[in-house]
Design a protein around this ligand. Structure first.
Ligand SMILES: Nc1ncnc2c1ncn2[C@@H]1O[C@H](COP(=O)(O)OP(=O)(O)OP(=O)(O)O)[C@@H](O)[C@H]1O
Ligand SMILES: [Mg+2]
Length: 435
C-alpha cells in the first residue's frame, strides 16, 4: 500500500489513494525545506502528516484514523453546531475523535453550514465574538486541553492539532479539480506525476479531540438530577468535577459554555449477580455497584479572548445558574491548584506552552497573543483569590475582571513579582448580560 524511499537529504512517501486507487506521494527535502511556521508538515510516519513523539498513545490513535481514512472510510459530519465538526473513525468504524478543521470554523472560508453563514452575515452582533481572535478555534480547543492537562483537571478529552484529508471534508472546487488533474497526470504520465509534492486532496489542519463514550449533554442529566437527587457520595464527586469545569472555563475565559457544551456520564447504582452462573435463588448474593459519574468539557473553541467581553454580550458561564455554583470551592481543588497557580514559574511555563501551540498558526500575531495572556493572567489572579477565600463559583464570576500585562523589564533592576505586571480593568459593561 505504501512505499517509502529515503535518500540522504530527502524523504519521499508514496501513498495509495484509496478512493481512486491511484498513488499519492509526499516529498520532503529535509535539509533545505524545513517545515514552515504555520504549517504542520509531515515529519513522521509513513502515512501521516502528524508526529507526536512524546505521546505514543495519542500518535497511535491518530494513525488508526489515518489508516481508516486512507482506506476510504468516511468521517461523519455532525448535524449539530455552526461549523465543520466530524466524527472520525478507525478501520473498525469505531468513533475515535472529533475533528474540526480550521478552514471550516464559523469564520473559516469553507464552513459547510451555509445557513449559519447567512446568520453570521445577517445578524453579526449575535454571531461573532469581537473579543476572540477569529478563525483560531482549533487552537482554543487544543489550548483548553493543554491547560487542563497542565493543571491536572482531567475534564477535557485530550485535544491536539492534527492534519487530516478526506473526500468528506469541505474543499473548494479548485482544490478538488487540482487533485483530480494531478491524479490523472500521475496515472497517464507517471514520470511527470512523480514530481508532484502531493497527489490527492490537501490535508486540513484542525483540532482532534478524543471521543468519549457513554456521555450525554450536561443539560440532559442536570434536568434529571433536578427530579432525582444523586446519592450523597455521587453528588460530592459531581461537585468536585463541576469545580474543575468552572476552573477551566474561568482561566481560559470560555465564551461558549452552555450546558450543551459539556457532557456528563452517569451510571446509577446497579445490582448484578456475583457470578455469571448464579441462579435466581442466589439473589441475596448480588453486589451493588457504586454509581459512576464523570464529566467532559468539550467544544472549547471559543475561548482565550484578547480582551474581556465589553460590547454587546457578556457571554456568561451558564453553569453559574446551577445550584452547584453556590457551593464554596472545596479543599480538594485548593490543594490541587493553589501551589501551582501561585508559582510564577509554573504560570510562565503554562504561558510558554500556549505560545508554542498558538505560534504555529499562519495568522499568529505576537501583540494579540500578549493580550490573550494578559486576560488569562487576570483570570488566574482572581481565581487564586477566590480559592484562598473559599468563595463559590458564583462569587468568582461576580469579581471585577482585570488584565495583567507584562511590563518591559529595566535591565539591571530586580523587581518583586507583583511589579512585573501592569493591571487594568475594563470599564464598559455589556448590553446583554444573559447571553
Ligand atoms: N469529545 C467528544 N466526545 C463525545 N461526543 C462529542 C465530543 N465532542 C463533541 N461531541 C458531540 O458532538 C456534538 C457537537 O460537538 P460540538 O459542540 O463540539 O460541535 P460544534 O459544531 O462546535 O457546535 P457548537 O455550535 O455548539 O459550537 C456535541 O453536542 C456532542 O454530542
Ligand atoms: Mg457545541
Amino acid at each position: 500500500m505504501m512505499t517509502e524511499v529515503r535518500s540522504t537529504d530527502s524523504v519521499t512517501i508514496i501513498e495509495k489513494d484509496s478512493v481512486n486507487g491511484s498513488e499519492c506521494s509526499t516529498h520532503r527535502n529535509s535539509k533545505h525545506e524545513a517545515p514552515k511556521v504555520g504549517e504542520y508538515e509531515a515529519i513522521s510516519g509513513p502515512i501521516g502528516y502528524n508526529s507526536f513523539p512524546n505521546d505514543p498513545d495519542f500518535a497511535a490513535l491518530v494513525r488508526d484514523v489515518e489508516v481508516a481514512l486512507d482506506s476510504g472510510l468516511k468521517p461523519q459530519l455532525s448535524p449539530k453546531g455552526t461549523s465543520g465538526c466530524y466524527f472520525v473513525k478507525d478501520k473498525n468504524q469505531k468513533i475515535i475523535a472529533v475533528f474540526k478543521p480550521k478552514d471550516e470554523e464559523p469564520y473559516g472560508k469553507l464552513n459547510p453550514k451555509w445557513t449559519k453563514w447567512m446568520h453570521k452575515l445577517c445578524c453579526p452582533c449575535c454571531f461573532g465574538r469581537s473579543c476572540l481572535v477569529p478563525n483560531q478555534g482549533y487552537l482554543s480547543e487544543a489550548g483548553a486541553s493543554l491547560v487542563d492537562e497542565k493543571l491536572g483537571l482531567g475534564v477535557v478529552p485530550k485535544t491536539k492539532v492534527v492534519r487530516l484529508a478526506s473526500e468528506t471534508f469541505n474543499y473548494s472546487a479548485i482544490d478538488r479539480a487540482k487533485a483530480r488533474t494531478k491524479r490523472n497526470i500521475y496515472n497517464r504520465v507517471p514520470i511527470v506525476g512523480k514530481h508532484f509534492n502531493r497527489i490527492g486532496l490537501p490535508p486540513k489542519t484542525g483540532s482532534f479531540q478524543l471521543f468519549v463514550n457513554g456521555f450525554k449533554d450536561a443539560d440532559y442529566w442536570l434536568r434529571r438530577f433536578d427530579n432525582e437527587a444523586l446519592p450523597e457520595s455521587t453528588a460530592k464527586k459531581f461537585q468536585l468535577l463541576f469545580e474543575r469545569v468552572v476552573v477551566l472555563d474561568y482561566i481560559i475565559r470560555n465564551t461558549d459554555r452552555g450546558n450543551d457544551n459539556w457532557l456528563i456520564k452517569y451510571e446509577p447504582a446497579s445490582t448484578k449477580p456475583l457470578s455469571p452462573n448464579q441462579n435466581d435463588e442466589d439473589e441475596e448474593w448480588s453486589v451493588v455497584d457504586n454509581p459512576e459519574i464523570a464529566v467532559a468539557a468539550i467544544d472549547n473553541g471559543l475561548a482565550f479572548p484578547y480582551k474581556h467581553p465589553d460590547e454587546w454580550r457578556a457571554y456568561p458561564y451558564h453553569w453559574a445558574w446551577l445550584p452547584q455554583a453556590k457551593v464554596p470551592f472545596s479543599k480538594e481543588i485548593q490543594d490541587l491548584l493553589l501551589h501551582n497557580l501561585e508559582d510564577s514559574n509554573f504560570v510562565q511555563d503554562l504561558c510558554d506552552d500556549i505560545l508554542e501551540l498558538f505560534s504555529h498558526d499562519k495568522g499568529f500575531d505576537r501583540p494579540t497573543f500578549e493580550k490573550q495572556i494578559a486576560v488569562m493572567r487576570g483570570q488566574i489572579h482572581n481565581l487564586i483569590e477566590a480559592l484562598k477565600k473559599q468563595m463559590s463559583p458564583v462569587d468568582l464570576v461576580k469579581m471585577p475582571v482585570l488584565t495583567l500585562h507584562r511590563r518591559r523589564h529595566t535591565i539591571g533592576r530586580t523587581r518583586a513579582d507583583s511589579d512585573n505586571f501592569m493591571r487594568s480593568e475594563p470599564r464598559r459593561t455589556p448590553f446583554f448580560s444573559w447571553c
